[in-house]
Design a binder for this molecule. Structure first.
Ligand code: NOJ
Ligand code: CA
Length: 551
């Protein structure tokens, strides 16, 4: 039966997102690359899991030197993944099941294989001559940092054809578009309209802080970048109401909230919560929630109608740019004991191995993901606790084929495993014989069922989606607690997390009036009553989490 998409224009504030790269999910023609037909095959699985919106990283024509973030043609499907008809069928299939689709919009740069760049380098006075940032010297914009510190030594690269330098914030095969040129804006708007007319529900704005660069500045979050996003948002609200933008802006709290814009001049409907993410991992290892509590307390409110995108892992490294030097050093020691585990300013590992494969830690981490203000973004495979392969290059370590069944090919493909875009994880602990969807589907205690059940429980508590958040004092540095108050109907939910490896007693103050009954949502049992001083005393097992309703 065909389900209707909700008509709520703020659907993204209530949605559970799931990120999956097309090539990683399911290969239907045996060529070793996951494809759009494979995505269609697995839509029912995603629906069953409780996913509301699928985020697809780039699936466009590309030499694939940066996982597809090096785009050679924005409106062509990479033939490895199928055809435009396949994409249309995938989108229709998702919509029929009541799920939305958000795609990546990579406008800071293109591949050097893009026709625009080829024309720009060979015909400087032609229509594409100013599409990129060209210079006779590589001594401009010296305040701008390098992002891919492991591979690049400069943001300038020499072009033999044009005999000039071009600007690039990422790999040197990814020249930055020149946003000073109005023709670039038009070209970018055309691409947006192309995909919005097809019916996609939103865009992840890749690398969005870097659109503009000017002398003496950092090339990050410069004012015209915000003006451009405002114009994109205005076009979308006018021509495609109900679609959304989510910002990938790995910036400090105040700067990242600027990407929401204001009520008068809105920018993105959502922004990934980069400041909070690393502190979750810090707490999980240190047993101390102080840093996490601090960053949550410092987060400015999001404007009406906006929402955070909360995540633990994604297709990139676990970036450590938002913690201080001392914290970063500790996190490298804890989470990247092998030098191979590091990349740029981060760690290229998946969630389960980061947490030593410990189920209590995995549940605690995922519970935080589902409790924090905003909408959660799951990363494919983390719902079964998939592992990584640090012997693969760069971020490919955590982009290996999805593990559906226990066979060595993981049910990813019927083709020759030697031809797979990346090998299936083969370790004793994380190979498909140990970690796969089919086995977990038939095990009610599995991570998969935990994820499905907890997502369902979350949906029954509207406060966890769109509610406000008030931090509570807990009397213990190991314990984080906050109360989510619903925006409309629903009950407040007190969320409590004990990061300690030992049992801890916590005293939460100002939770609810004296005498209120406190019920554990997971068991349905009354835990206690709020005492005479309006305090709530709780004995928390090591590494435990609780959703409590107070009535
Ligand atoms: C951010 C993407 O998430 C990352 O995977 C990519 O390498 C860079 N942008 C450059 O496109
Ligand atoms: Ca294929």
């Amino acid at each position: 039966m065909t389900e209707q998409l909700s008509v709520d224009p703020e659907w993204y504030r209530k949605a559970v997102f799931y990120e999956v790269m097309v090539r990683s999910f399911r290969d239907t023609n045996g060529d070793g690359y996951g494809d759009l037909k494979g995505m269609i095959e697995k839509l029912d699985y995603l629906k069953w899991l409780g996913v509301d919106a699928i985020w697809l990283p780039p699936f466009f024509a590309s030499p694939l030197r940066d996982g597809g973030y090096d785009i050679a043609d924005y409106t062509a499907i990479n033939p490895l993944y199928g055809s435009m008809d396949d994409f249309d069928a995938f989108l229709a299939g998702a919509h029929e099941r009541g799920m939305r689709v958000v795609i990546d919009f990579v406008i800071n740069h293109t591949s050097d294989q893009h026709r625009w760049f080829q024309e720009s380098r060979s015909n400087p006075t032609g229509p594409y001559g100013d599409f990129y940032v060209w210079s006779d010297t590589d001594e401009k914009f010296e305040n701008v940092r390098i992002i891919f510190t492991d591979t690049e030594t400069s943001n300038w690269a020499w072009d033999e054809v044009r005999q000039q330098y071009y600007w690039h914030r990422f790999f040197s095969h990814q020249p930055d578009l020149n946003f000073e040129n109005p023709a670039v804006h038009e070209a970018v708007f055309d691409i947006a309209r192309f995909w919005l007319n097809k019916g996609v529900d939103g865009f992840r704005l890749d690398a969005i802080p870097y659109l503009y660069v000017s002398e003496g500045n950092t090339g990050e979050s410069e004012p015209p970048t915000h003006t451009f996003i405002q114009s994109l948002r205005a076009m979308m609200d006018r021509e495609f109401p109900g679609r959304m933008l989510v910002a990938e802006a790995n910036q400090l709290p105040r700067e990242v909230t600027d990407y929401f814009g204001s009520e008068e001049t809105p920018e993105c409907n959502m922004a990934f919560n980069f400041p909070v993410m690393p502190y979750i991992f810090y707490s999980l290892k240190s047993g101390d929630a102080t840093g996490l509590t601090g960053v949550l307390a410092d987060l400015p409110d999001v404007p009406k109608g906006a929402a955070w995108g909360v995540f633990l892992r994604n297709h990139d490294e676990l970036t450590l740019e938002m913690v201080n030097d001392e914290e970063r050093q500790k996190m490298y020691e804890w989470y990247a004991p092998e030098p191979r585990m590091k990349v740029n300013v981060g760690i290229r590992r998946r969630l389960a191995p980061l947490l030593d494969g410990r189920r209590d830690k995995l549940d605690l981490a995922n519970a935080i993901l589902l409790s924090l203000p905003g909408s959660p973004f799951l990363y494919y495979g983390d719902e079964i606790g998939m592992g990584d392969n640090i012997w693969l290059d760069d971020r490919d370590a955590s982009r290996t084929p999805m593990q559906w069944v226990e066979t060595p090919d993981a049910g990813f493909s019927d083709g020759d495993p030697e031809s797979f875009y990346l090998p299936v994880v083969a370790s004793d602990e994380y190979g498909p014989h140990a970690v796969n969807v089919a086995a977990q589907e038939s095990d009610p205690d599995s991570v998969l069922w935990w994820t499905k059940n907890t997502l369902e429980m979350r949906k029954s508590l509207p406060a966890l989606g769109t509610g406000s958040t008030r931090l509570l004092s807990t009397g213990s540095p190991a314990v984080l607690a906050f109360v989510r108050e619903p925006e409309g109907p629903g009950v407040p939910v007190v969320c409590v997390f004990n990061f300690s490896e030992s049992d801890v007693s916590a005293t939460l103050s100002s939770v609810a009036p004296t005498g209120s009954a406190v019920v554990d949502v997971r068991t349905g049992e009354t835990v206690c009553e709020v005492d005479d001083s309006e305090e709530l005393r709780l004995d928390l097992p090591a590494m435990s989490w609780h959703w409590l309703t107070v009535s």
